[in-house]
Ligand binder design. Structure first.
Ligand code: TR5
Length: 137
């Protein structure tokens, strides 16, 4: 399991490599194209959910738009993304039910280097399956 320190380093490295403003394909585009394997939990025309490779809790999955459509990060959202953003949140709730997270869970979107984002393809983290604490660091 990656430590919080590893996650900060990954975010800082992505920032130093200029990925936060880049338009290149990400690892998540390759998962959507099935070029790289992932444990896919849900898929429809707009969204995909798959297990995080470095889970931060008993259950940890990501919900992404299948087509990034300019949404490298939440702060790039425009009016035209409103429906897609709603769909991602709804999908998070559908998959959380499917994963039996009835006692609760947390949805997180990391934005930019200070938000600890390392993959610049918008994604909602859904974590649960155990008692979580607050606040995050
Ligand atoms: O730090 P942010 O918010 O950008 O989150 C990126 C997340 O992507 C992290 O929680 C990583 O563990 C996760 N990640 C990274 C890779 C990956 C993945 N989840 C599933 N499958 C993955 N593959 C195949 N490759 C990765 N590099």
């Amino acid at each position: 399991m990656a430590t919080p320190h590893d996650e900060v380093l990954a975010a800082q490295e992505a920032h130093l490599r200029g990925l936060d403003d880049a338009d290149e394909r990400t690892i998540f585009d390759k998962i959507v194209a099935k070029e790289i394997p992932a444990t896919i939990l849900y898929e429809d025309a707009l969204a995909m959910a798959f297990r995080d490779v470095n889970p931060q809790a008993k259950t940890h999955f990501l919900v992404i738009p299948k087509i990034r459509a300019g949404l490298t990060r939440l702060s790039k959202a425009t009016e035209e993304h409103k429906t897609l953003l709603g769909h991602l949140m709804y999908t998070a709730s559908v998959v959380a039910k499917q994963e039996n997270l009835d006692a609760g869970y947390r949805c997180v979107i990391n934005d930019g280097v200070e938000g600890c984002q390392s993959v610049y393809h918008l994604h909602v983290h859904v974590i649960g399956g155990q008692q979580l604490s607050w606040p995050p660091g």
